[in-house]
Design a protein around this ligand. Sequence first.
Ligand code: DHB
Length: 391
Amino acid sequence: MTERTRVAIVGAGPAGLLLSHLLAEAGIASIVIDSRTREQIEKTIRAGILEQGTVEVLTESGASDRVLTVGRRHDGIHLGFDGELHHIDFAELIGRGVWLYPQHEVLIDLIAARLADGQDLRFGVTAQRVEDADSDRPRVIATDAEGAELVIEAEVVVGADGSRSVVRQAVVGSHGGYFREYPFAWFGILCEAPPSSDELIYSNSPDGFALISQRSPTVQRMYFQCDPDADPQAPSEEEIWEELQKRTPGTALNEGPIFQRDVLRFRSFVAYGMRRGRAVIVGDAAHTVPPTGAKGMNLAVADVVLLDRALRALLLERDERPFDAFAEQAMKRVWKAQQFSWWMTSMLHQQPGASDFDRMRQLGELRTVVDSTAGMSYLAEAYTGWPLPAR
Ligand code: DHB
């Protein structure tokens, strides 16, 4: 069966759903497909920090009000090293903040808003490939849950289909992209206990990194640096608490039953391009960052704000210039976020095989940040997010 629409969007994650939402505001029709079920999408546990600009896009476009009522504003973080906590006060330094509101809540809001608006949103439909990206009628060839073929013909195809993107093949072929792996991962838990600290704690300790985050007044999210091959089921709850406590000296963590555990691998990736002809990739399909600093979803939102503008010009005014400029412009922010995520990661983790010199230099680097208004302001600007293009 062949269907026609203006924009075919592969992937119902934050990028794909937000793009369909913003396009609909301008009266541009789209079809969104995703191989997963709605339940799988709404239950996947991901990071929880939204930049101020991300929150503004979600609320001003009517995609989510709950971010302001259920989410909580945070005006800083604590950086821990050498046995002490240092407060980085974003509000005082640059007058901006972030919101703690988990990604799956954003997805719940976006799916509800899209369905209420009559969006053509299809779960259980798997993209197989993109054809004719170089023409002005590119197509997505997909398979539905029963195995029947579905062809979606559009004016533009957007791959918002995550790090294992199918659309990426049509954009950069087998050239791939810039890639970096890290010799460590995060062991993540969710536990039933109230927050252990007012602000998030990012802690560099001789035993490795730990991040003390939160989800709600009764649930905490915490992570500690581990081996990429660690088995999330292997350690006992006591062993997990021992690891976390020893990596956050001076802070008594509130312990409680652990009801979720996972191991998150780290990679930095940037595709060699984000567009070929009428096929575009955004979000994790085009780039992934290590989780330190929580840039992943925020970067996807920044891509989408830029692409929405470019598609409005292309499809409503036949002005191709913003579309032609899209990839180069998006990549500038992508590489700033790559730098920030790499920097936070390298400054805070213990590198296997690091020498005593390396370790002392790392503490010197952390001190350079917290002893300087300029150093703290760079961190605050990057963490709360550089300004987004005007909508
Ligand atoms: C969370 C995850 C991050 O990667 C981060 O930098 C901050 C918070 C979280 O899941 O809460």
